[in-house]
Design a protein around this ligand. Structure first.
Ligand code: NAP
Length: 244
């Protein structure tokens, strides 16, 4: 199955590192015009060296108004990938107010903010579109030390279903991709300890963590017209972890 995004303009958040960076590169390979949004400007600049045709926007998505200012100029967007997120991992009794506020600001509030900005223009143009959120298996299963992160990803799945309901009549589809552990910088944070890693791997029927490409492929499918009747789903990319 060939997927082409020729003539399409796609925004990807959290594009500086990890999964988001590879989503940008694959979209460019598939002929999309990409707007890469992330926090650290230097990572975006090296990405632009690799993919000179992309547009880059450095903004801290935690800041609602700065995000509005930076992204409101974006028009004629066909697709959005809400990928930026943080993971602050602690045992339940060690969670701080700061952990909760920062995590929900970046992982949840910013998704509503960015999606409003992009979807409002899609509705005004009557163009339709596709929004894909990078959620997690953590939305759907309990993971030790992950209370706040699990809470944000559960909220993200729920928000995506509500957006699917309200934006569907405008032919805007909203879906989530829910990966298992992927060994990016974020993945290393939670799973570098071999004992922890082994305990998680033992619960994954395919017996391994996921690869970045395996997430990227699912995202491109849900962004593309090949998934034109799929709306409001949370798609695990987890080797069967959630099935057991
Ligand atoms: P990552 O390597 O830590 O990359 C996250 C990206 O998001 C970075 O480029 C980061 O910017 C950006 N970001 C974070 N906070 C931001 C903010 N306030 N404003 C703008 N950009 C911000 O993480 P990843 O593993 O690629 O994760 C990508 C997505 O997959 C996340 O939604 C994550 O929850 C999800 N996920 C990851 C795993 C995993 O095991 N890795 C599993 C399931 C789901 P900087 O470059 O400045 O750091």
């Amino acid at each position: 199955m060939e997927i082409s995004f020729s003539g399409k303009r796609i925004v990807v958040t959290g594009a500086g590192q990890g999964i988001g960076r590879d989503i940008v590169k694959k979209l460019v390979e598939c002929k999309a015009k990409v707007i890469a949004v992330s926090r650290t400007k230097s990572y975006l600049e090296t990405l632009k060296q690799e993919c000179p045709d992309i547009e880059i926007i450095a903004v801290d998505l935690q800041n609602w108004n700065a995000t509005r200012e930076a992204l409101s100029k974006l028009k004629n967007i066909d697709g959005l990938v809400n990928n930026a997120a943080i993971a602050m991992l602690r045992g339940f009794f060690d969670i701080t107010e700061h952990d909760v506020d920062l995590s929900f600001d970046v992982n949840v509030k910013s998704v509503i903010n960015v999606s409003q900005i992009i979807a409002a223009d899609m509705v005004a143009r009557k163009s339709g579109g596709a929004i894909v959120n990078i959620s997690s298996q953590a939305a759907l299963a309990a993971l030790r030390d992950h209370t706040v992160y699990c809470g944000t990803k559960g909220a993200l799945d729920s928000i995506a279903r509500c957006m699917a309901l309200e934006l569907g009549p405008h032919n805007i589809r909203v879906n989530c991709v829910n990966p298992t552990v992927i060994m990016t910088e974020m993945g290393k944070l939670g799973w570098s300890d071999p004992a922890k890693a082994q305990s998680m791997i033992s619960k994954i029927p395919l017996g391994r963590f996921g690869e970045v490409d395996e997430v990227v492929n699912a995202v491109l499918f849900l962004l593309s017209d090949k998934s034109s009747m799929i709306n409001g789903v949370s798609l695990p990319v987890d080797g069967g972890f959630l099935a057991t």
